[in-house]
Design a protein around this ligand. Sequence first.
Ligand code: ADP
Length: 397
Amino acid sequence: MSRHVLVLNAGSSSLKYRLVEVDGGDAPAFGLVDRIGEPGSAIRHAGPSGETWDTVTVDDHEDALRAVLKAFDRHGPALADVGLVAIGHRVVHGGDRFAEPVVIDDSLEAAIEDLVPLAPLHNPGNLEGIRVARKVFTDLPQVAVFDTAFHQSLPARAYTYAVPRDWEKEHGVRRYGFHGTSHSYVSREAARHLDRDPAELNVIVLHLGNGASATAVQGGRSVDTSMGLTPLQGLVMGTRCGDLDPAVPAHLARTAGLDLSEIDTALNRRSGLLGLTGAGDVRRVVEMRQDGDEAADLALAVYCYRVRWYVGAYLAVLGRVDAIAFTAGVGENSALVRARSLEGLDALGISVDARRNEAEGPDARRISPDGAAVDVLVVPTNEELEIARQAVGLVVD
Ligand code: ADP
């Protein structure tokens, strides 16, 4: 029987799930319960009989998981028959304690709880998902895969902020990086596509989704990444500002009378493309630009310039770059963002072939011209498959 893992991504008010067939990489079912604890919750389930929507009453994450099980019962596939070998949980913050996936037990739950101060928006939801899944799937091993784990290989010079020394020890203030499962998966897929050994390849991975981050991967290990203590640092994102003078919050507190939590919310939820244009979705910003909107034109210029800035930085970090891989919603779909982000780098052996860049498709593909020194690739990410593989690697293989 083929081996399946149910991958759960529990947020504060949503539960995303995907049933993954580990060896072939297929996903026979996936879906989302949203508005947990609010009126008007719904479950979207895509399975063998297509996509279904049901309204459900879900007061908490346990109700949400029971709604997921009901959707599998009703619309298939039957979980009891697929050969479920593990439950994989996405956990956002593993601090400096977890560089690998971990089998979940009570002490791991306590460790994730301890890390809540580092990720107050994410870890509590992840933890709720783990707690209810342990109640419901009592017989299956459960594995936590941390978004930060892949970046635990960063050297101290890359993860240390130049702040008072005790801030790291006392308060965990350092760079951790996120999107690690995606950067890990995409860097390996890039090597596979190029028929190269990941241990010999230097890759810059550009994960451009609603959240966005860049990582320098040297021989399969992350050596620098753009996100920091939190996912706010680095590239311009849908609603997050990315890099900013750290004096801005104090300046705003003095001049605009905003308190810290208002500033924090504004930088996380009302900045980035949304702050500059009123729209946080790249597709919409591209349309606005086509209609002559000057703010949208500037926002895209800022977005792509920041990507290019990190490419330049990571060229210097790595010394030699074999490939640049674009991934996630924007990276996989926006030829405009890809072309503009790498504009003007021909002298460094980096260029994009216009026809290849415009061609669309679901598979990994090269968009640089033949013979270019650096292979520029589009590599679709698959975080759930990576989580499923890591879970199986830990508890089954
Ligand atoms: P998340 O970080 O939530 O997983 P995704 O990786 O799904 O996000 O990326 C979402 C982003 O991808 C949105 O900004 C959306 O506009 C963008 N996107 C999706 N398709 C396209 C497209 N064809 N052209 C430009 N941007 C796109």
